[in-house]
Design a protein around this ligand. Structure first.
Ligand SMILES: Nc1ncnc2c1ncn2[C@@H]1O[C@H](COP(=O)(O)OP(=O)(O)OP(=O)(O)O)[C@@H](O)[C@H]1O
Ligand SMILES: [Mg+2]
Length: 278
C-alpha cells in the first residue's frame, strides 16, 4: 500500500454539494436513563479534520463508541458514505473503512510492534484458515503483503517504531510510542476515516507538537478524514478545520477554532465558569 499521492486538502474542497463521509442524524445513546448523546447532528466531509471537544462526560467517547458499534444507538442514524451503520458489528464497521484509537491505549502487549500492525489487518485478509494451515502460495503472498504494509505504516513514525523496534514486544514501548502504535494499527486497516480519542493525552509538549504535525500529515499524505477528540486546545487549534463542542450529550457550538473558543456558552461549559468571569 502506498500513501495516496494527494488527498483532498481541508475545507476548501468541502463544499456543501459534497456528500459527507460520515453523518450522524439525531443520534442518541441512552445508558439506563442517562442520555450520553441526545439528538446529535454531525457531518464530516472527505479530507476534513474535525475536532470534538467538551468537558468530561460530555459524550465524546460515546460518539466514537456509537460510530464503531461498540455501544448501540438508541435513536437516530449514523451514515458512512451515505449508508447506515446501524446494526453492523464492530468488525464490519472497520471493514467499511472506519478505524479508531482508544482513550486508554489498547494493544496486544505481548505481541511485537510489527505483529500488532499485522493482526489489525485481519479485516482485509482473504486467505482462509485452511490456506494458513497448508501454507499455500496465496497465503504466503498475502503474509508478505501484510508484513510490507505493516512496515510501511510504522515507517510513518520514523525511527520510533522501526528497525529493531519491529521485533520488540509492545509492553516495552514508552507511553508515547504505544499511542503512536495505536495510530499505526488504525492506519493498517486501510480506513477512509480515523477516529482519534485523545491522541496526545499523557504526552509531553514536544511529543504532543510532533504528533500534531503527524495528524495533519495523515490527512494530507494518506487522505484520511479525521475526527479527533482532544482536551489539549493547542492541538485543537493547530489541526482542526472545524470544531464541534459537546456538553451533556448535546452539540452546543460548531465552527472554526477562533469562533468556538470565544463562544461564551463554550467557555462556560468547557471551563466550568461563567463567561462573565473571564
Ligand atoms: N458503558 C457505559 N455505561 C453507562 N454509562 C456510560 C457508559 N459509557 C459512558 N457512560 C456515561 O456517559 C457519559 C458520557 O461519557 P463519555 O465517556 O462519552 O464522556 P467523554 O466526553 O468521553 O468524557 P472524558 O473527557 O472524560 O473522556 C458519562 O456520564 C459516562 O459516565
Ligand atoms: Mg472520553
Amino acid at each position: 500500500m502506498s500513501a495516496p499521492a494527494q488527498a483532498a486538502s481541508g475545507t476548501q474542497d468541502s463544499g456543501p454539494a459534497q456528500q459527507p463521509i460520515l453523518e450522524t442524524r439525531g443520534l442518541g445513546v441512552d445508558f439506563g436513563g442517562l442520555k450520553a448523546l441526545d439528538g446529535l447532528d454531525l457531518a464530516v466531509y472527505p479530507g476534513e479534520i474535525v475536532s470534538v471537544i467538551g468537558p468530561n462526560g460530555a459524550g465524546k467517547t460515546t460518539l466514537f463508541n456509537a460510530i464503531t458499534a461498540t455501544v448501540a444507538a438508541s435513536e437516530g442514524d449514523i451514515l458512512f458514505e451515505g449508508e447506515s451503520l446501524i446494526g453492523l458489528d464492530p468488525n464490519r464497521v472497520t471493514s467499511r473503512g472506519i478505524a479508531r484509537t482508544f482513550q486508554n491505549v489498547r494493544l496486544f502487549a505481548n505481541m511485537t510492534v510489527l505483529e500488532n500492525v499485522m493482526v489489525s489487518q485481519h479485516c482485509r485478509t482473504r486467505q482462509s484458515v485452511l490456506g494458513a494451515l497448508l501454507f499455500t502460495k496465496a497465503f504466503r503472498n498475502e503474509e508478505a503483503e501484510i508484513t510490507e504494509r505493516g512496515k510501511e505504516v510504522l515507517s510513518f513514525f520514523g525511527s520510533r517504531l522501526t528497525g529493531y523496534r519491529f521485533d520488540q514486544p509492545a509492553y516495552t514501548l514508552s507511553y508515547a510510542n504505544r499511542r503512536r502504535l495505536e495510530i499505526a494499527r488504525a492506519m493498517a486497516t486501510q480506513p477512509k476515516l480515523i477516529l482519534l480519542d485523545e491522541p496526545v493525552a499523557g504526552m509531553n509538549p514536544t511529543e504532543s507538537a510532533e504528533l500534531t504535525g503527524l495528524i495533519g500529515r495523515l490527512r494530507d499524505e494518506w487522505g484520511f478524514a479525521i475526527v479527533v477528540i482532544e482536551h489539549d486546545m493547542e492541538v485543537v487549534r493547530e489541526v482542526s478545520d472545524r470544531v464541534v463542542v459537546l456538553d451533556h450529550g448535546v452539540k452546543i457550538a460548531e465552527g472554526d477554532y477562533a469562533d468556538v473558543s470565544t463562544d461564551p456558552q463554550v467557555i462556560e461549559a468547557y471551563l466550568g465558569r461563567s463567561a462573565a468571569d473571564s
